[in-house]
Design a protein around this ligand. Structure first.
Ligand code: M6R
Length: 600
């Protein structure tokens, strides 16, 4: 939610570089943006909509400056407009902010009583004013920031410029990501590495509540007691080309095509040098799996694999609801949190709660060095590489792939793994199989053409397919704005079937042999009521007579259930992609969404 970048340099191109970096953060929020720079005074330029609008405005201005702080917004307080866009300037302080100030209303009252006036509806302007007030009180910038942050409740990453030291950036963070980058001509403070990779791969992480003073040739870290602290300089192993579309029409499509390789890599690592083979999930009294959105859908597939095959019961909970299950968390609980970004606020809150209760917490995370990755007891990285499209694809499938390996490991521990060699050879052949599925683009386009004009689409399935339906439905909703629901196939007739009318598309998944006939019956029930039926199954049914109940059939390579969900979901991702394309939607940046949801 929101991306920030600050840059101070010994050259005069800070605005240009900050805007270029900001564009790489646009996936974090894109309803408005703004920049502050020093052209003899602190100048702020803001624009509603995408960063391209801001860029256009800047073209007609003199932007020669050796410092800039910039922001791309996902609105929380106040509608997206120029007044509410960042940076905000109050008194001597100009700042950009990613996060939410929870007690801003109280602080605002306090500040109004002291004579402050506010222009915007934002929580951020209040934080700016509070820092200004503390600066007026203490006449010391570091102390002002620390004291203000003691009063501010919520999450924040701030890049700050003080009017009387206009070539220096001060930064601090709590519960929102921020890194320091060390460039050849200057230094950065940005929400994530993608913003700065074209200029440097050297970075340091900022610990919670540290304050950093950044000049063009120096970076100094202080803890909240204002003692200087040393930080490790790390080298990022992601490179700038991974943040480009590289010839694909959309990041989402590129990321769909990257799946065969990154999933194959997971299984290759698992069978050759698995760094979590020592994790014995069978030794815990209970397992809770907690996540949001697609990561929660991956968790549902994981739960199914753990329960059905490893015979380990697991509870899946949406992260924002987990605190209401507080009494179930004990020191014998294993909590598995799942997060592509590693920054999702609800998931982070769940992990902190579980740690307070003494639970052992494992993270399945993509973003290396992210907050969740750093705070869990053990982190299993998915190594999917940067995911830019707001709708996750490889983020989700790599999470499912990790769950498959956890289930297999548990079965090995329980001595219940049969057909080990067959499963292994199937997993290690995933790249070929997935490439074949992805290459079948015409079929997905054909199906998309049949459904894109409809307002409602239903997904049905049983067992593990039911979990996969949830992800297929979410993909369609979020990128094509088509209303869609996902139902356990047997449940539809208990009410929702009343919504089926002539031509309503119903997509049924039937990949489990034991459940196949029942799902066929459920699809027939919708067909009898006029549905346009799309049936996704496996090629061991190639001689089956689909004609009487399926208008379209997708037949996928039959493989083990440890892999099958991934094969199915890739077809659903591509159907959603083609529908969104036919509808002319902004596929990589769907309306109202942001990639990284860092507010609760
Ligand atoms: O970064 P996370 O995996 O924690 O994100 C969780 C959800 O916000 C995310 O999966 C969201 O549902 C995506 N937009 C789905 O495509």
């Amino acid at each position: 939610m929101c991306g920030i970048i600050g840059y101070t340099t010994n050259k005069k191109d800070a605005v240009e570089i900050a805007i270029a970096g900001l564009k790489n953060l646009e996936y974090r929020g894109y309803d408005s943006s703004g920049i502050a720079y020093n052209d003899g005074k602190i100048t702020m330029v803001k624009s509603k909509g995408k960063i391209a609008n801001l860029d256009d405005k800047l073209k007609s201005l003199d932007t020669t400056s050796s410092i800039a702080i910039a922001h791309t917004r996902w609105a929380t307080h106040g509608e997206p407009n120029e007044t509410n866009a960042h940076p905000h300037k109050v008194g001597k302080v100009t700042l950009v902010h990613n996060g939410i100030i929870e007690n801003y209303a109280t602080l605002k009252e306090e500040l109004i009583a002291k004579g402050y006036e506010f222009k915007s509806e934002t929580d951020t302007e209040v934080a700016t004013a509070y820092i200004d007030y503390c600066y007026a009180t203490y006449s010391d910038k570091l102390k002002a920031i620390v004291e203000a942050c003691k009063k501010i409740r919520g999450s924040y990453a701030f890049d700050i410029i003080f009017e009387d030291e206009p070539e220096t950036i001060y930064s601090t963070r709590k519960d929102s990501p921020l890194i320091i980058g060390y460039g050849k001509d200057g230094n950065f403070a940005a929400s994530d590495i993608s913003a700065i990779l074209s200029y440097t791969n050297k970075y340091s992480l900022i610990d919670e509540s540290d304050v950093v003073r950044i000049t063009k040739d120096n970076v100094t870290f202080y803890n909240s007691n204002l003692e200087e602290v040393k930080k490790e300089i790390k080298i990022a192993d992601w490179d700038a080309t991974q943040y480009q579309k590289n010839g694909y029409d959309h990041f989402m499509l590129k990321e769909i095509y990257e799946q065969p390789k990154v999933i194959q890599d997971i299984y290759t690592r698992f069978y050759n040098n698995c760094d979590y083979s020592d994790l014995d999930i069978t030794s815990f009294e209970k397992i809770h799996i907690v996540a949001c959105g697609s990561a929660m859908h991956a968790a549902l597939v994981g739960k199914y694999l753990l329960q059905t095959y490893a015979k380990i019961p697991a509870m899946v909970e949406v992260a924002s609801e987990y605190r209401y299950a507080e009494e179930l968390i004990t020191p014998k609980t294993l909590l598995i949190v799942v997060s592509q970004s590693g920054e999702t606020a609800d998931t982070l809150a769940a992990l902190r709660l579980a740690k307070e209760k003494g639970a052992y917490v494992v993270g399945i995370v993509n973003a290396v060095g992210s907050t969740i990755a750093r705070e869990v007891d053990k982190c299993i990285y998915t190594y999917a590489g940067p995911e830019i499209a707001v709708a996750t694809t490889k983020g989700y499938t790599t999470q499912v792939a990790i769950f498959a390996t956890l289930a297999i490991n548990a079965m090995k521990k329980n001595n219940t793994l049969v057909n080990e060699e067959k499963i292994k050879s199937e997993l290690l052949n995933v790249e070929n199989v997935l490439n074949t599925i992805i290459s079948n683009r015409e079929l997905y386009l054909d199906i998309a053409q049949k459904i894109y004009t409809h307002n409602d689409v239903f997904f049905i399935g049983r067992g593990i397919d039911s979990a996969v339906c949830m992800e297929g439905s979410l993909k369609l909703k979020e990128i094509s704005y088509t209303h869609s629901e996902s139902y356990s196939a047997g449940e539809l007739k208990h009410g929702t079937i009343s919504l089926i009318e002539d031509g309503t598309p119903v997509i049924a998944l039937a990949t489990n042999d034991d459940l196949f006939e029942k799902t066929v019956s459920n699809l027939k029930e919708t067909k009898a009521r006029g549905a346009y039926s799309i049936f996704i199954t496996t090629d061991n049914y190639k001689d089956y007579n689909f004609d009487e109940f399926a208008d379209k059939v997708i037949m996928l390579h039959k493989t083990s259930e440890f892999l099958q969900p991934i094969l199915v979901v890739v077809t659903l991702q591509l159907i959603a992609y083609e529908v969104a394309k036919l509808k002319g939607c902004d596929i990589d940046k769907p309306r109202n969404l942001a990639k990284s949801v860092t507010v609760e």
